[in-house]
Design a binder for this molecule. Structure first.
Ligand code: SER
Length: 622
């Protein structure tokens, strides 16, 4: 079965007359209005406000296919199933159906629509811990569906609990999650293409990572929210959050454990083979998989407006492209591959032609004029030259050790194996353990530094963060009151300690303007204005001059937060009348405080330029 067949069947299955789901448009890969995260890393992420109880404009049953990006998996790419970019098929019950329907429907989809043989499917359920009981209900449901008892496995929080932040102890206050039930496909222990063979003489199980089993779907029962005292509280609304990787389900339908052999990757792999004059076999597989995944992810990120830089999303994009250049270099030992990059790009766009804003051109040469392609090429070109210089430098080093090898790896992207092989020719063995320990030290550091942000999991919906969110809306409108309508949000980042707001404006603000902005915000807070959420047709929102970023380009109805309805319309804000009498009217998924009075006093700490025509304000609640 092709990936397009599976994507189509899944949406049709859940939108049919029995299941009655509504299909929603996927969210952008870079969330435009969610300051807590860098990337959309799961299908549920754009739905958090609705899982928390807000009314979704499309109802209680939602389905979609969501492009996702997981930066934290970057080092995992290279085996048969891990990627940074993937498409997640998702369906949700927002306080509607629960375990029984979900497990039955997914089973039916896999066995009757995708026609996977039942005996090849294994499932897992949550075994329970001190605070949440074993999921006996799911166990019984699977048994009643005909799953043999020796195909049902029980695991603890590490495997069968899902929240964006991981296990319950890692969930921040306000984060939602719950026990889950996964389905695995068994590629069979006889097959010769398993890449690790540890399982051969040991007892393998669905969650063993030898490559025999592949997880193809995860039904999360989102029914808990983390409390300030560390406990988990039952949500009033019990939700289902299902996600399944399209790449993996396609691999299962082909009974082939390598997702890079599905139609979502094979055309890219073929071009990489041509470009490098190497075959996709043996030790070439891993670098080719990295290239295919990373350039695909880069093409999607660039399509969403990211450009390589040293910060946030741009930094990740840069890393993807540099790692790809290194792997090409490793395979070819020259830079001829750059001349063929167009074909790689063309192969990627051809796979997704007409989907997610991707469009192929007639032939690969016509991308030459396209700026997105140029971004990829220029970054790889620059870096490959640096890499070639690095080869020169490394040759000068007399005695290589694990620490220097790590520096080369970290700063120039030199693969450890390449350094090892250079020096082996000189008769030197590098201390691999030293390299590994440097690597781990760095990994731990960057994990701590970027925890949450890169994971897509800050999900900090704590009380104070919500206050900052509403304060940001007030700031946005106050800036427009003081500086005029050329002010428009360019970025926003909120933590529980401060807000950071980027906006278009072409000069430094004067002290008076800063003071006036601050005064307006604090006045609006003192007035204790009511904050309302509305779901209205998109045309109506535009008509009312709602500001903010249009998160969902294709939605018919949108979510708007409105602050301070004033019927008298004698307020300071001159264009309040045009906003239907609201002081602030902004596209947003929330959450927000109910009344501005709870926010406290807002103080602007800093106003500075961050690039030409873009200013940044940092403010705190004091
Ligand atoms: N949120 C779950 C996941 O990402 C299921 O959608 O796996």
């Amino acid at each position: 079965m092709t990936s397009s067949d599976i994507r189509k069947k899944y949406i049709e299955f859940f939108t049919d007359q029995i299941r009655k789901h509504k299909e929603i448009a996927p969210a952008p890969l870079v969330p435009e209005n969610d300051p807590t995260t860098l990337f959309t890393s799961s299908g549920m992420q754009p739905l958090v406000p609705y899982l928390l109880g807000q009314t979704h404009p499309e109802g209680k049953r939602i389905v979609d296919s969501q492009p996702c990006f997981r930066a934290e998996d970057i080092e995992e790419v290279g085996d048969n199933r891990h990627t940074t970019f993937f498409e997640m098929l998702g369906n949700w019950s927002l306080g509607d159906y629960f375990k029984e329907d979900q497990l039955k429907w997914f089973w039916e989809f896999l066995t009757e629509e995708v026609k996977l043989p039942k005996e090849k499917l294994y499932v897992s359920i949550f075994e329970g811990d001190d605070s949440v009981p074993e999921d006996k209900e799911s166990y019984e449901i699977w048994k009643n569906l005909g799953v043999a008892e020796d195909h049902i496995y029980k695991y603890g929080v590490k495997k069968n609990w899902w929240s964006r932040s991981g296990t319950p102890d890692k969930m921040p206050v306000g984060e939602i999650g719950g026990p889950d039930s996964e389905v695995f496909y068994d590629f069979g222990k006889e097959l010769s293409f398993h890449e690790k063979s540890d399982w051969k003489n040991e007892s393998c199980h669905p969650n063993c990572d030898c490559g025999r089993f592949m997880e193809i779907g995860n039904s999360v029962f989102i029914q808990y929210i983390k409390q300030a005292d560390g406990s988990l509280k039952e949500l009033d609304q019990k939700n289902v959050d299902f996600g399944g990787g399209l790449e993996r389900i396609t691999a299962a339908s082909l009974n082939h454990p390598d997702i890079f052999q599905t139609d979502l990757y094979l055309p890219i792999i073929r071009i990489i083979e041509q470009t490098t004059s190497k075959k996709y076999e043996g030790e070439n597989k891993s670098p080719m998989r990295v290239i295919a995944d990373h350039i695909k992810a880069a093409a999607f990120l660039i399509n969403d407006g990211v450009i390589p830089s040293n910060k946030l999303q741009g930094y990740i994009l840069r890393r993807l492209l540099r790692r790809s250049a290194t792997k090409f270099y490793q395979l070819t030992k020259d830079m001829k591959f750059l001349g063929e990059m167009l074909k790689v790009y063309h192969a990627i766009l051809s796979i997704y032609d007409g989907l997610y804003g991707m469009e192929k051109r007639e032939n690969s040469d016509s991308y030459l004029l396209e700026k997105n392609y140029k971004i990829i090429f220029d970054e790889m070109d620059k870096f490959s030259k640096a890499l070639a210089r690095g080869f020169h430098e490394i040759d000068k080093i007399e005695k290589m050790d694990g620490k220097i090898a790590f520096d080369f790896y970290q700063n120039l992207g030199f693969p450890y194996e390449v350094t090892e092989e250079l020096f082996r020719q000189k008769g030197q063995e590098i201390d691999r353990e030293q390299f590994k320990s440097e690597f781990e030290k760095h990994r731990e550091l960057s994990r701590t530094a970027s925890a949450g942000m890169f994971k897509g999991g800050l999900a900090d919906h704590s009380e104070v963060t919500i206050k900052y969110h509403t304060a940001t809306h007030l700031l946005h409108q106050a800036l427009r009151d003081v500086l005029g309508e050329s002010v428009f949000q360019k970025g926003s980042n909120i933590t529980s300690e401060r807000l950071r707001f980027d906006f278009s404006f072409d000069r430094k603000m004067t002290d008076e303007e800063i003071k006036e902005t601050e005064e307006i915000i604090n006045k609006k807070i003192e007035e204790d204005l009511k904050v309302d959420r509305m779901i209205i047709p998109i045309e109506k929102a535009r008509e009312m001059n709602a500001i903010g970023l249009f998160n969902d380009k294709y939605a018919k109805e949108v979510s708007i937060y409105a602050i301070g309805l004033d019927f008298k319309l004698d307020s300071d804000s001159k264009d309040q009348r045009s906003r239907g009498g609201y002081y602030s009217l902004e596209f947003c998924g929330g959450p927000h405080v109910e009344h501005t009075g709870v926010i406290g006093r807002v103080k602007i700490m800093k106003e500075e330029a961050i690039s030409s025509g873009i200013r940044r304000i940092r403010a705190q609640i004091v």
